[in-house]
Design a protein around this ligand. Structure first.
Ligand code: M6R
Length: 599
C-alpha cells in the first residue's frame, strides 16, 4: 500500500500536494517524493525517510507550479532508498510517474525495454511505466495516446498519475488499486483516497477499474475501454481530523476491513497456474530444506503455529518456537534447517535474537515481514514480504491474515520442491479468500453478539486443528484491547484442567472448521453442562445444530483450513466491539506498543 496524490489547476498547487502527502502518510512512510510540471521541464524531489523531511526539502528546492504529483511509499519492490522513491522518470526526464499497486509483468516489460536501450535507475516495478510512455512518445504518439498505450501493456494492480513535460495535463489510471478525484473551485485533485484532499474539496468522484483520467487546468474527462464515461460526484462530510481513518472510528476497524485487499496484495503474482512462485526467494534452495523452525511472538507466533500444522500434515518436519524462550534452550540446527522469523514489524527484539542464534549455529534463515528494510530483513539470509500495507493499530489484524496467506504460499513452495504426492493446500479456495473475507466482514453478527457479552469478566476460546491457533489469536485480541481476561485452548484440553474455571459467567467461543466438528461439539457439551453460554463460530450450511449454541457467528463455507481464517475475522470484530462497548483505547491499548524492541 502506498499513497498517491496529484493536483492541477489555474493556481500553484505544491502546498496542496504536500498537504495531501501528509494526509496519506498512514498508507506508507518509508520514502516520498514530488514532481512539479514547469513551463519547460519537470522538477523532481524525492527521498528515503519520512514526509516531514521531504517537505522541507521540497519547499527549499522545488519551484511551485500549476500541476504536480506526489507519492508516499510502502516498499514492495526494492528497499526504501532515494532511487526507489517515487516519482520515477524515463531516460530523458520528460515523464514522471507515481504508482500504488503491483505491476505483475514488470520483469518482462523491463527486459523488453532494456533490449530497446532504456536504462533503469531503480529496483521498482513502477519505473517501467515511465519508460513505456517514453517509448510511445518516441514513436510519435500524441501524449494522451502514449499514456493509454503504456497503460494497456500493464498487468496487475495499479493507480498511477503521470506528468509529461511539454503537456499541461495530468494523466491517471486505475485498475485494482483505489483512486479518487476531487473537484475543487479552481483545482482538481487525485488521491489514493478522498482524505488526501479533504481540506480542499468535499466533492469526490470515485473512479472505477479500467478508468483513464485526463485532467486539464479547467476540466477533466474519464474514459474506460476507449469510451468516454460519466462518473457521479459525491459529497463527503468528513472533517480533516476524521480523514485518515476515513469512515471508521478506529484504525483497527479500518484495518480489519482492509483485509480483502491485503490478501489480494499478498497473493498477487505469486499464485500462478503452475503453482506458487515466490520471486524474492529464487535464491533459496528449497530442495535442501529438511526441517522448518518458526520463531515468533504474539500474533506472529499464532500465524506460525497455523503454518507448522499444515507443513506437518504434508510430511514436512516443522516446529514453532516462542522467540522469547528460544535463547534459553535453542534447538540443534544446521544449514538443512530453515529458520523462519515471522514478524510483521521486523523489529521485535526477541525474534531478532532468536534468528541471530539460529544463523550463528548454521541454520538458513528467512524473514517473513511486512516492512521492507526492517532489521529482520538484514538479519536473515532471505526475506519474503507479506505486503499488508502499514498497520497503525497496536492490535495486529490485517498483518495476521497476510502472514497466514504468505506462510501458506511458503509452505506450498516448500512442498512443491519435494515432489511428494501429498495432497496440497486448497489453493483454489485461497484464491477465493479475499472475496470470502469481504463477505464475512459484511456480517453485522459480531457487533450484536459482542454487545450482549461485553460485561463478562472472563472469556474462553476453543478450537482444534487450524482453529486452535485462531482460538489463541481470538483470546489475545480480546485481552489486548478490552482488558478483560481471555484464554484460548485446544478444545480437547479443556477437560484436562481449564474446565474447573468454567461457570455460567464464562462465555465460551467455540470455533468449527467443518472437520472434526463432532469432537469440538462434545467439548461444547462439557462447558454447557457447567452452565456456560456458548458462541459458535461456524461455516454457513454446517450440519451443526445451531439451536445448541446461545449465539452464532457464521462464515462462508470453504475448505476447513480457510474456514478457520475467516472465523478469525469474526473474532477480530467481536474483540473490537467488546472493547468499543467498554470504551477502551482501542488503537493504543494501555501498556502495549506496536513494536517491542526490548527483550
Ligand atoms: O512485529 P511482530 O509481529 O514481531 O510483533 C509480535 C508481537 O509483539 C505482536 O504480534 C503483538 O502480540 C501484537 N500486539 C498482537 O496484536
Amino acid at each position: 500500500m502506498c499513497g498517491i496524490i496529484a493536483a492541477i489547476g489555474t493556481e500553484p498547487v505544491l502546498a496542496s500536494v504536500l498537504r495531501g502527502l501528509q494526509n496519506l502518510e498512514y498508507r506508507g512512510y518509508d520514502s516520498a517524493g514530488v514532481a512539479v510540471g514547469l513551463d519547460d521541464s519537470l522538477a523532481v524531489c524525492k527521498r528515503a525517510g519520512q514526509i516531514s523531511a521531504l517537505v522541507d526539502d521540497v519547499r527549499a528546492e522545488l519551484p511551485d507550479g500549476t500541476r504536480a504529483i506526489g507519492h508516499t511509499r510502502w516498499s514492495t519492490h526494492g528497499p526504501p532508498t532515494d532511487a526507489n522513491a517515487h516519482p520515477h522518470t524515463d531516460c530523458t526526464g520528460r515523464v514522471a510517474v507515481v504508482h500504488n499497486g503491483i505491476i505483475e509483468n514488470h520483469e518482462v516489460l523491463k527486459a523488453d525495454l532494456r533490449d530497446h536501450g532504456h536504462r533503469f535507475t531503480s529496483d521498482t516495478d513502477t519505473e517501467v511505466v515511465a519508460h513505456l510512455v517514453e517509448q510511445c512518445l518516441e514513436a510519435g504518439d500524441e501524449t494522451g495516446v502514449a499514456v493509454r498505450q503504456a497503460i494497456d501493456r500493464l498487468a496487475g494492480s495499479y493507480a498511477v498519475a503521470i506528468l509529461v513535460d511539454g503537456d499541461d495535463r495530468v494523466f491517471a489510471a486505475r485498475n485494482g488499486s483505489p483512486l479518487a478525484l476531487g473537484v475543487g473551485a479552481d483545482t482538481f485533485y487525485l488521491g489514493s483516497d478522498a482524505p488526501a484532499f479533504v481540506e480542499y474539496t468535499d466533492e469526490v468522484v470515485y473512479l472505477e477499474d479500467g478508468d483513464l483520467v485526463t485532467l486539464s487546468p479547467t476540466s477533466f474527462e474519464v474514459s474506460n475501454d476507449g469510451q468516454l464515461v460519466t462518473r457521479p460526484a459525491e459529497t463527503i462530510d468528513w472533517t480533516p481530523g476524521d480523514a485518515r481513518k476515513g469512515a471508521y472510528d478506529h484504525f483497527m476497524l479500518k484495518e480489519i476491513h482492509e483485509q480483502p485487499s491485503a490478501i489480494e496484495q499478498t497473493i498477487r503474482g505469486r499464485l500462478t497456474d503452475d503453482g506458487v512462485r515466490l520471486e524474492e526467494l529464487e535464491a533459496l534452495d528449497f530442495g535442501a530444506v529438511e526441517a522448518v523452525h518458526f520463531v515468533a511472538c504474539g500474533t506472529s507466533y499464532h500465524a506460525s503455529l497455523y503454518c507448522e500444522q499444515l507443513l506437518r500434515e504434508r510430511g514436512v518436519d516443522a516446529q514453532t518456537f516462542l522467540a522469547s524462550e528460544y535463547s534459553g534452550s535453542p534447538p540443534p540446527v544446521d544449514e538443512r534447517v530453515l529458520t523462519v522469523a515471522v514478524t510483521q514489524s521486523g523489529e521485535t527484539a526477541d525474534t531478532l535474537e532468536a534468528v541471530r542464534i539460529a544463523r550463528a549455529e548454521g541454520a538458513t534463515t528467512l524473514a517473513v515481514t511486512n516492512v521492507v528494510g526492517s532489521t529482520v530483513t538484514r538479519a536473515c539470509d532471505h526475506h519474503l514480504l507479506i505486503r499488508a500495507g502499514p498497520e497503525i493499530g497496536v492490535a495486529a489484524t490485517k498483518t495476521f491474515t497476510s502472514q497466514i496467506t504468505a506462510l501458506v504460499l511458503l509452505a506450498e513452495r516448500i512442498v512443491q520442491d519435494r515432489g511428494t504426492d501429498i495432497q496440497g493446500y486448497p489453493l483454489d479456495e485461497l484464491a477465493a479468500l479475499s472475496d470470502n473475507a469481504a463477505r464475512t466482514l459484511e456480517s453485522p453478527q459480531a457487533e450484536a453478539v459482542a454487545r450482549r457479552y461485553a460485561d463478562a469478566d472472563s472469556f474462553f476460546f476453543i478450537g482444534r486443528g487450524p482453529c486452535y491457533p485462531v482460538a489463541l489469536e481470538g483470546a489475545l485480541k480480546l485481552k489486548e484491547i478490552s482488558y478483560e481476561h481471555a484464554e484460548g485452548f485446544p478444545a480437547g484440553e479443556l477437560k484436562h484442567g481449564p474446565l474447573a474455571l468454567v461457570t455460567p459467567q464464562t462465555p465460551v467461543i467455540a470455533l468449527f472448521s467443518g472437520e472434526n466438528d463432532r469432537n469440538t461439539l462434545s467439548n461444547v457439551r462439557e462447558v454447557q453442562a457447567r452452565g456456560a453460554p456458548v458462541i459458535g463460530v461456524v461455516p454457513e450450511g454446517s450440519d451443526l445444530v445451531y439451536e445448541d449454541f446461545d449465539d452464532v457467528l457464521t462464515v462462508p463455507d470453504t475448505a476447513p483450513e480457510l474456514t478457520a481464517v475467516l472465523g478469525n475475522l469474526q473474532l477480530q470484530l467481536f474483540a473490537y466491539h467488546v472493547a468499543d462497548a467498554l470504551d477502551r483505547a482501542i488503537d493504543k491499548p494501555r501498556n502495549l506498543a506496536k513494536s517491542v524492541t526490548v527483550e
